[in-house]
Design a protein around this ligand. Sequence first.
Ligand code: IPE
Ligand code: IPE
Ligand code: MG
Length: 237
Amino acid sequence: MRKSGLPGHVGIIMDGNGRWANIRGLPRVEGHRQGVHRSKDIIDAANKAGLEALTLYAFSIENWRRPDLEVYTLMQLLDMYLRTEIDFLFENGITFRVIGNRQRLSVGLNFLIEKAEELTSQNRGMYLNLAISYGGRDEILRTIRKMALEGYDMTKIEEHDFAVNLDTGQRDTVDLIIRTGGEQRLSNFLIWQAAYAEFYYTDTLWPDFTREEFYMAIHNYNQRERRFGTSAEKVSF
Ligand code: IPE
Ligand code: IPE
Ligand code: MG
């Protein structure tokens, strides 16, 4: 039986901010604000635990359909996050990347993203991908278009060539997906990368998600047997 140890790459669907606020009679934006605090804490926890990569789902391509005011405040929070956290990321050796459809983001946000990516590009610690305006299907289509434009012979394309051209680059496989907020679905998150991922669902709403529960999710992953389609005997040597 294969005990896989620490997952190399963890993806988190940070869901439940709106409900957290609703329960307290607060506007949804308060839930998002509290959610940002949780994200900072979990990034630090993941880095200290020694994960190779962490991908956080912050805003899906479908989330553009939310009311204008909510979209606007979410973009403001992302803007603020980048302005205030860039030093923390740099000093902690984290390599920051945004995955998703950047064409739909404002010029100002794109500028901050590029600045943060450039500043942290030589870091050697954990990779942090922030999924903004991200959809797995959109990512796959953008990748196909990009490769075709770059002159790849698409009739000869292999899995590996394709995978490294996705937004996630070399970190093209995710080992564990955590979803808070009680739903048990992928919502268009890392659909290629999660082909063999383990799942951890929790009813905890994202603004209540603690380091302790994060470590518990990782511990829970540790207990699992990953077979990748082979039989247990085959992977046990
Ligand atoms: C997740 O929380 C954050 C984003 C999708 C941006 P939600 O806003 O989806 O919160 P719920 O699911 O309505 O509680
Ligand atoms: C998924 O949450 C996207 C993020 C957490 C950013 P949603 O709340 O948008 O997903 P659905 O609508 O419940 O599938
Ligand atoms: Mg939700």
